[in-house]
Design a protein around this ligand. Sequence first.
Ligand code: A3P
Length: 303
Amino acid sequence: DATQKEWKGYYFLPAFEPVTAQFAYNQWNPNKGDVIVASYPKTGTIWMRELVRHILYCHDKELLEKAKATMFLFSFLSFGQESKYDVLKKLNFSRNVLATHLPAPLINFKKYEEKGAKIIYMMRNPKDQAVSWYHFSKTQPYAGLPSYKDMYTADKKKFFDSYFAGEHKLFAKKGEGYLEHLKEWYPHQNDSNVLFAFYEDLKKDINQGIRKVAKFLDVTLSDEDVEMIAEKTSFNSMKESTRQRQNIQTQKVRVFKIFRKGAVGEWRNYLTLEQSKLIDEKVQKILGNTNLKFVYDLDKTRC
Ligand code: A3P
């Protein structure tokens, strides 16, 4: 439909701009050591971004705050106007922490590797991802646009049926979605400057997750650093600091439902048995040839 933006057949959410994504691909050069958190929406993007910020700057309060400001301005690679890249350049911040929901074919891997930028691809089991999207999509600010007004429905059965049929046009091709996003990212799993991380692994053992990310980013942390970062990036801390900031900035702007529940296994309360089975089949069909295994409940092993 006419209101939906796209590049190479991949649909963009409103407010994410194909021209800005193209600018990132063709013109923008990252600094050595920049970190791009890549993901499909609702897989823990903001959590990983916050982990990276704390890991990089836990020893320097001033830089920690400065990084927060640049992240706010810059947010996602394809978000907003191309001119923001000039601003970023002028800020001349050492290691930027960026994010993107772009599918792998729209990412300039070669350039980022040559320039020494690092990429962390965040993943979450597709059933909880869908539940998180259900809650987010009803409050997201673009719900008023035609393509999304028709998409959201409080009727869970209908919502998930249409979502799993690939009818929600976000960062995927027609009829596709999260699983195809994973499939296209998968070949980059072993790139030297790419790290794959699971939401559920972080939930299970955050200290280990922090150490792994720190190692990937060439940062040395003490045990105390790890404990402190775990505390600062906990669900409750992040929710509280966002709430405070939103209270200061605007009383009336709708609060984004980014920090909703932060749990594993909630899908059991939302999906029908048939929908859950459908996802299992799709995972087998689309990702069966990969070594990606999802955790659907924290006390169970991978399947
Ligand atoms: P829920 O909707 O299931 O609560 P994204 O940043 O990609 O939009 O992902 C949002 C999801 O990550 C939300 O899931 C949110 O609660 C969860 N999340 C954010 N910060 C978190 C944290 N510190 N710990 C656990 N989950 C977190």
